[in-house]
Design a protein around this ligand. Structure first.
Ligand code: NDP
Length: 339
């Protein structure tokens, strides 16, 4: 059973060599009687920025750290090979937390969700568009941003797993939407494939505050923040009165080259801005509606989804590290085995 193991805790941005491929024990392809578990074959594994937080010994986080030397855990799409849980049958597809390895005995079956197979929807979308990043975008936009038709919306990391959906939902809602990303290719996709009104490469802007003022001469009503740091500060400077900032992620804060510093915090008072942090896990009750709405939008051609698919478990460490240099274009997924 090939596995990806975390070698030791990570400092700064993760690199490929923080993880390694190991040959684990031979697995018996059965779920032990009495275990109440399911033995699954992992098909797709998800690379998500939050996993960086588990690669350090920081217990104050909302999720416990990994143990160095042990296999990495993350979201995946898997096929049931054998089951000792009456709720799951051999051959069914499931999504939930699994391990970065070929086969996993999942004992916490309560967190697994069965996938209703649908030829129109790729299975891998259950860790992207219809998975954790999808509900993050859906709940973050509709529940945290309190959007109104005509609002001016800005999304950072806009071509990523979460950002690309936020922008498209905002367009469907009748908002004016601008996204930023770190390459000209991503900027092109944001404008031409994802249908945002405008997009820019933040790495080409010397003055982020001035760049946002150029794209939003009338100011920003909603900032969906995926990056934190100086971008959040620049957005605060450009918010309109009663603007809303949904603080979704702070991916810029891992590299420590762009430490959080705010010179525009006073705007929160002067413009009565609402800044709200949120976790997608606060919105599990929205899941059925989310699945129905997003599946519908996708099938009607109202939204698209960009994936960055890498082949082979051995590619996972580099693919994960790439999230922090911006090499991924869209939702980063690893194909471990064919369906
Ligand atoms: P992405 O698919 O967007 O991948 C990460 C992207 O972040 C990279 O492609 C890169 O794009 C950008 N990035 C990396 N480093 C920096 C940096 N130093 N400054 C600015 N941008 C950077 O990831 P996700 O869509 O999965 O996640 C987006 C954010 O949402 C993350 O912060 C994540 O932690 C957060 N999140 C929060 C959740 C919640 O419940 N609150 C749930 C899920 C995600 P670029 O080329 O544009 O630089």
């Amino acid at each position: 059973n090939k596995q990806i193991v975390l070698k030791s805790y990570v400092n700064g941005s993760p690199v490929e060599t923080d993880m390694e491929l190991k040959l684990g024990n031979r697995v018996k392809l059965e779920a032990p009687k009495g275990s109440k578990g399911v033995l699954v074959k992992n098909l797709y594994l998800s690379c998500d920025p939050y996993m960086r937080g588990r690669m350090q010994d920081f217990h104050a986080s909302y999720i416990p750290p990994f143990t160095p030397g042990s296999v990495i855990e993350g979201f995946g799409v898997s096929k049931v090979v054998d089951s000792d849980d009456p709720n799951f049958k051999k051959g069914e597809f499931v999504t939930g937390l699994t391990n970065w390895e070929e086969y996993t005995l999942i004992l916490k079956t309560g967190q697994l969700r069965k996938i209703q197979q649908d030829d129109a929807i790729p299975l891998s979308y259950h860790v992207g568009l219809l998975g954790m990043p999808g509900i993050t975008a859906y709940a973050g936009f509709y529940e945290v941003c309190a959007p109104k038709k005509g609002d001016y919306v800005y999304v950072s990391a806009a071509s990523g797993a979460v950002g690309q959906l936020v922008g498209q939902l905002a367009k469907l809602h009748g908002c004016y939407v601008v996204g930023s990303a770190g390459t000209s290719h991503k900027v092109h996709l944001i404008k031409n494939k994802l249908g945002f009104d405008e997009a820019f490469n933040y790495k080409e802007e010397l003055d982020l505050e001035a760049a946002l003022a150029r794209y939003f001469p009338q100011g920003i009503d909603i900032y969906f923040d995926n990056v934190g740091g100086s971008m959040l500060d620049a957005a605060l400077a450009n918010m309109r009165v009663h603007g809303r900032v949904a603080v979704c992620g702070m991916v810029s804060q891992n590299s420590r080259t762009d430490k959080q510093s705010f010179s525009h915090m006073f705007s929160v008072i002067s413009k009565r801005i609402t800044i709200k942090g949120f976790l997608q896990s606060d919105f599990t009750e929205l899941y059925p509606r989310f699945l129905e709405d997003i599946t519908g939008f996708y099938k009607q051609g109202k939204i698209v989804y960009i994936e960055n698919m890498n082949d082979g478990l051995e590619t996972a460490p580099a693919a994960f590290a790439a999230l922090f240099s911006g090499k991924n274009v869209g939702k980063q997924v690893i194909r471990v085995a064919s369906e």
